[in-house]
Design a protein around this ligand. Structure first.
Ligand SMILES: NC(=O)c1ccc[n+]([C@@H]2O[C@H](COP(=O)([O-])OP(=O)(O)OC[C@H]3O[C@@H](n4cnc5c(N)ncnc54)[C@H](O)[C@@H]3O)[C@@H](O)[C@H]2O)c1
Length: 256
């Protein structure tokens, strides 16, 4: 018995990083998964890898989360491939590091469009399908930067604080339909998003050595949080933030 047997999930940003790890973990727990991303070659490869382990459990769709039309197509694909939707993981996201005075309107809007408007469109796209199944679980990606500001990240922090507000309102409105809505807020996690040229795993861990757990997360540690929120184990949980940040937002790190 898997923890997601008979469930169908859409995972955005599933071509790599946390999204790919989440799609793989969901499939290994019995779910059928629509992997959605803009990186088509990479996304199709991840879906093929999942299908080689658990045949027929994954399907890739090309999706730009900022496009309402793309969302309609992805929902239609979920219906035709797997018969409905129970879980949506709004994981796709981008970061642009530019101090406020250098962050032009176009950059700011692009980050907000991807990290906040995208999940909003996704929630609206799947509500009808989830109602047909009697409920569902929606997981929105915030960040440690959804709890504290950070130099050079005005757009990213705005988007990650914003998604927490959207989540709480969505939980209030959709709870009566049996749809739970929560956020996952990762701290520093080893993915392409955080890659720095020439850095080894030791370099990454050293950068966080003063924080409580003293290292970065692996993508599968964040996927495990998504699995909990997608599964029946979290059946009374909605409108909540689930921080998995190794203690980064607990307070100031030790003095050196
Ligand atoms: N890695 C970290 O340290 C960290 C920390 C906190 C929060 N997060 C959040 O976790 C989520 C996943 O991050 P990651 O580290 O795996 O990033 P990543 O860059 O490795 O992967 C993100 C994926 O999203 C896809 N994507 C970007 N824009 C898209 C769009 N418009 N439509 C569809 N797909 C799109 C990319 O193609 C990519 O496959 C993001 O929301 C990110 O903000 C990451």
């Amino acid at each position: 018995m898997g923890r997601l047997d008979d469930k169908v999930a859409i995972v955005t940003g599933a071509a790599r990083g946390i999204g790919a790890a989440t799609a793989e973990m969901f499939a290994s727990e019995g779910a059928r998964v629509i992997l959605a991303d803009k990186r088509d070659d990479l996304g199709a490869q991840v879906a093929a890898r999942i299908n080689s382990g658990t045949p027929g459990s994954a399907c890739y769709v090309s999706l730009d989360v900022t496009s309402e039309e793309n969302w309609s197509d992805a929902v239609a694909q979920a219906h035709s491939a797997f018969g409905g939707i129970d879980i949506l993981v709004n994981n796709a996201g981008i970061i642009r590091v530019k101090p406020l005075v250098d962050c032009d309107g176009e950059t700011f809007r692009k980050v907000l469009d991807t990290n906040l408007v995208g999940p909003y469109l996704g929630i609206r796209a799947v509500v009808g399908a989830m109602e047909l199944r009697g409920g569902g679980s929606i997981i929105n990606f915030s960040s440690a930067q959804g709890f504290e500001g950070r130099f050079g990240m005005p757009a990213y922090t705005a988007s990650k604080f914003g998604i927490r507000g959207l989540t709480k309102t969505a939980a209030i409105e959709l709870g009566p339909k049996g749809i739970r809505v929560n956020t996952v807020a990762p701290g520093p996690t080893v993915t392409e998003m955080t890659q720095r040229p020439g850095w080894s795993q030791e370099d990454y861990n050293a950068a966080y050595s003063l924080y409580p757990l003293g290292r970065m997360a692996g993508a599968e540690e964040i996927a495990a949080m998504c699995l909990f929120l997608a599964s029946a184990e979290s059946s009374f949980v909605t409108g909540a933030d689930f921080v998995a940040d190794g203690g980064v937002t607990a307070g100031k790190p030790r003095d050196t």
